[in-house]
Write a protein that binds this ligand. Sequence first.
Ligand SMILES: [Cu+2]
Length: 118
Amino acid sequence: MRRRLCTTGFAVAVIAALLLVAGLPAAMANSQRTTAATTEVKIDNFSFGPEALTVAVGTTVTWTNRDDIPHTVVSTDGVFKSKVLDTDEKFSYTFVKAGTFPYFCSIHPKMTGKVVVQ
Ligand SMILES: [Cu+2]
């Protein structure tokens, strides 16, 4: 019984150490960039909020439709394209290249936003 506890404790320590090592590069990468805390864009009342979002390369941005009408998230340059999002549905895209990525809602083209990736 005592031995089993010991083994469990060791396993927990190893897992904790692995998690720490795995988390270090990400933490270091974050400290080197001015990463926006916001990676969520809410779609509500026929607008994207925030309308302009600046993120670091590698960031995943998630759009959530909080409106009671369907919307889409479509890149102006064809980089990404969501399906029609009903209320509370989400769309995510990971930005792997730096640049400015304007987008709009294909159902209501006056709805526009952009993601600036640095
Ligand atoms: Cu729309």
